[in-house]
Design a protein around this ligand. Structure first.
Ligand code: GDD
Ligand code: MN
Length: 373
């Protein structure tokens, strides 16, 4: 039995990179970017014409609650348009929308029905043709805006001409599996906010994704060839020189699927991977802070999980070669899983790895509706 092999040193070095890079980035975000002022000319009284697009596929259970949540927004009714775009739901979603609309005639609501389901982004592009507002806000059915002022607050940030897009921070309605989802959200919300203050965040959320309509027109609508319609559109807006930000006081509460939690996380990871691969290959000619943010996030999503996997795979080989240290590292690494943040992190890495493998045979551009319970 040897105490240590060269493979152990390599594994430890890889692990140090894997954990060190994101931790350094996180502390950099917290210390350097988060305390910064926004340097934006916001206007709390700005009330542009807004069109809220709600994409639906088999959302009969939740659609009324969603429309109630929009209806409660304190925003001038004559400036507000809601478009529900349904893609051939089979559970009676459109009927529910029609009934709800007849009970709320004072809200300008249009229901558009696609004869065939071709995915969320395709549906959003169909809806875009009917938009009359200057601001377009996409919002998923299984999420709620946390306050009656969410819409007015979103407009406030869009008052600055340099801001092209605004999204939200997220909070799970119920903490996910063993609190994984909640821990993950706290960490990521900090990064989103800090990146937004530095310039722009490359990750947006479909629970509330607001875009200036003229910029969407410039881009030719939402991308239908990759999954992350929200993040990719925001990033492309940043690449033409505008800021895409998540401010501190816009919060969405989202339902976390309990039964199919892993499937859900892997699909979302698949879409983010598609987004980052597409974005880094564009070779962004853009302002410096965003370039570093973009490359850092691409590194964290595309490469960093594999560094951890390589480190882990080296250990059993080293154990076979007789290393005692490898046994200790492996045991310690496993035991640490009882520590919440470490477990949350490790799980996220697994999802990113599984997502790459899954992307090889399906892009999940049209996905199964997962049960919310
Ligand atoms: N019209 C239409 N057509 N709507 C759809 C379709 C479709 O084919 N597929 C899904 N939707 C709607 C859903 O009804 C829901 O309102 C919203 O799009 C999001 O779909 P979910 O099924 O709830 O997926 P998710 O929670 O995993 O979605 C998240 O990730 C996606 C990309 O990874 C959200 O952040 C989405 O906004 C994001 O696009
Ligand atoms: Mn959802």
């Amino acid at each position: 039995m040897k105490l240590i092999t060269t493979l152990d040193i390599v594994a430890l070095a890889l692990a140090a990179i894997h954990f060190g890079v994101p931790l350094t980035y996180y502390y950099w975000c917290k210390k350097k970017w988060l305390p910064r002022p926004w340097n934006l000319k916001t206007d709390p009284n700005y009330r542009p014409r807004v069109t809220i697009i709600v994409p639906t596929y088999n959302e009969a259970k939740l659609i009324e609650k969603k429309l109630d949540n929009i209806y409660e927004q304190e925003y001038p009714r004559d400036k507000l348009e809601v478009i529900v775009i349904d893609s051939a739901s089979t559970d009676g979603t459109p009927e529910k929308v029609k009934q709800w609309a007849s009970r709320h005639p004072d809200l300008n609501l249009k229901l558009i029905q696609e004869p065939e389901r071709r995915g969320k982004a395709h549906a959003l592009n169909t809806a875009l043709k009917h938009v009359t507002g200057d601001i377009v806000i996409i919002t998923d059915v299984d999420a709620w805006w946390s306050s009656k002022n969410t819409l007015a607050e979103t407009a406030k940030w869009l008052a600055d001409p340099s801001v092209g897009a605004v999204s939200c921070l997220k909070k799970p309605a119920t903490p996910g599996l063993a609190g994984i989802e909640e821990g993950y959200r706290q960490y990521y919300n900090t990064l989103r906010l800090a990146e937004s203050k530095a310039w722009t965040t490359p990750i947006f959320h479909g629970e509330l994704a607001a875009f200036k309509k003229n910029l969407l027109n410039k881009l030719g609508g939402f991308p239908t060839h990759i999954g992350a319609d929200d993040s990719h559109t925001a990033t492309r807006i940043a690449l033409i020189g505008y800021r895409a930000i998540i401010p501190e006081n816009i919060l969405c509460i989202e339902i976390v699927p309990q039964k199919s939690y892993h499937t859900w996380r892997i699909r979302r990871a698949q879409h983010l991977i598609q987004h980052f691969i597409k974005t880094v290959t564009i070779k962004p000619k853009t302002l410096k802070p965003f370039k570093s943010i973009l490359y850092m996030e691409a590194l964290l999503h595309l490469i960093n999980p594999w560094i951890l996997l390589a480190a882990i795979l080296l250990l059993p080989i080293s154990i076979v070669m007789g290393s005692l240290l490898a046994v200790i590292i492996l045991m310690l690494g496993t035991a640490l899983l009882i520590y919440g943040p470490y477990r949350t992190w490790a799980t996220a890495q697994l999802y990113l790895i599984a997502a790459v493998v899954r992307n090889l045979y399906t892009k999940e551009l049209v996905w199964e509706k997962l049960s919310s319970t």
